[in-house]
Design a protein around this ligand. Structure first.
Ligand code: THG
Length: 367
């Protein structure tokens, strides 16, 4: 197998030394940065994530910082989710759309104060879009990428591990809220959030210099909790229905097609770019939507290009993510399915690299 060549353009992270020492076996590239994908094996990592606690280098979830008097106005221009009731200390999952209503990113917005926000982005160059909007509208706001790298602590023992390093007050953090905690004289935002359904936190590590000291402190504190280095796990995230921008959706999709209509308040999100386009598509309703799909038969290879979904000889959608689930004993997958076939229980066929497979559209993800 060919190897990817490392260079300055493919950015390391403040935790890369720790990730390498932990024996990382595979990486992907995300926001031009290294993102681990495998340590022991995807299945062994999955079992450990569901049983213990892992420390994830998710530095590639870069922050777009908005700072200044127009920060809140700019943030509302970027998303159809109504932010008027959002308070400092809260995180919101927010679709970001272009002028046609197409998805540009699906980040977590972090409100630090009225005039300071972080947008914790998925894999697309959102900084350029945000800078363009800020400058084009002559807004009084600074837009940049600060030296902030999220470190996720995920798994059933995440509370116990973080309490040992930051104190019992971490247990009081509510879902999608954050509070400030001290580490080596620095104030760090810690949120109860993360890209798994196993529970846990995200530490927004401000200042690369404390990356490895914090990494080492977590591993020293968690030895008896069986803490390990981990990473977003393909199997677990499909079971949990956590979408991956660029895989499960692109700028060709509206938030409604992605099942993110519940995070849109297009009528009240006054000033949002793409509002008119979204009001039109919301009225008609989407004609295709993301669905959980169980694919028959034994384990399938990874989905590195969309696999056509067919029914009655016609293409009615595509599979965009797939993995064998040991817990559910089936291939779990995420697909975009046309209205005519998206009803739960509908039988469809998938053109996989291993040949045609029967599959069933489900009503809910697995966890
Ligand atoms: N955390 C942070 N930044 C991120 C991610 C993250 N940036 C990249 C990527 N992940 C953005 N995409 C997502 C997708 C799903 C969720 C968060 C970010 C998520 N969804 C929950 C769910 O669907 O169950 C909860 C959503 C809610 O109820 O508000 O957590 O993971 N910092």
């Amino acid at each position: 197998m060919a190897r990817i060549s490392l260079s300055r353009r493919l950015r390391r992270t403040p935790f890369s030394d720790g990730v390498e020492a932990a024996g990382v076996k595979g990486y992907t590239v995300y926001n031009r940065m290294l993102l681990p994908t495998v340590f022991e094996s995807v299945e062994a990592d999955y079992r450990h994530l569901k049983s213990h606690v892992q420390v994830w280098d998710v530095s590639c979830e870069r922050q777009v910082e908005l700072r200044g008097p127009d920060a809140a106005r700019l943030m509302q221009m970027l998303t159809p989710r109504d932010l008027r009731r959002m308070l400092p200390g809260q995180c919101f999952y927010v679709p970001i759309v272009d002028e046609t209503g197409g998805m540009l990113n699906d980040p977590v917005a972090v409100k630090l104060s009225e005039d300071r926000w972080w947008i914790s982005i998925a894999d697309s160059d959102l900084l350029l879009w945000v800078k363009g909007i800020a400058n084009g509208y002559r807004l009084d706001v600074l837009v940049d990428e600060p030296d902030v790298s999220p470190l996720a602590i995920q798994g059933p023992k995440a509370d116990d591990l973080l309490a040992r390093v930051f104190g019992d007050r971490v247990r009081d953090i509510r879902f999608f809220k954050f509070d400030k905690f001290e580490f080596e004289g620095r104030e760090l935002a810690i949120a109860r959030s993360g890209y798994s359904k196993q529970g846990g936190f995200e530490i927004y590590v401000e200042g690369s210099d404390i990356g490895m000291p914090l990494w080492n402190a977590l591993f020293a504190a968690g030895e008896d909790l069986q803490v390990r280095a981990g990473c977003p796990n393909l199997i677990e995230r499909i079971e949990g229905g956590l979408l991956s921008y660029g895989n499960d959706m692109t700028d060709d999709n509206t938030p409604h097609e992605c099942g993110l209509g519940k995070f849109c308040n297009t009528h009240t999100a006054i000033g949002c770019i793409g509002r008119d386009a979204l009001l039109r598509v919301a009225k008609e309703g989407p004609v295709q939507q993301i669905r959980p799909i169980a694919i028959d038969g034994d384990a399938l290879p990874p989905c590195d290009r969309p696999w056509p979904i067919v029914a009655g000889g016609k293409r009615i959608g595509q599979i965009t993510s797939v993995a064998w689930s040991p817990d559910f004993n089936t291939n779990v997958s995420i697909g975009m399915v046309k209205l005519s076939h998206w009803e739960p229980g509908t039988r469809i066929e998938v053109e996989t690299p291993d040949g045609m497979r029967g599959a069933t559209v489900r009503d809910k993800f697995w966890i």
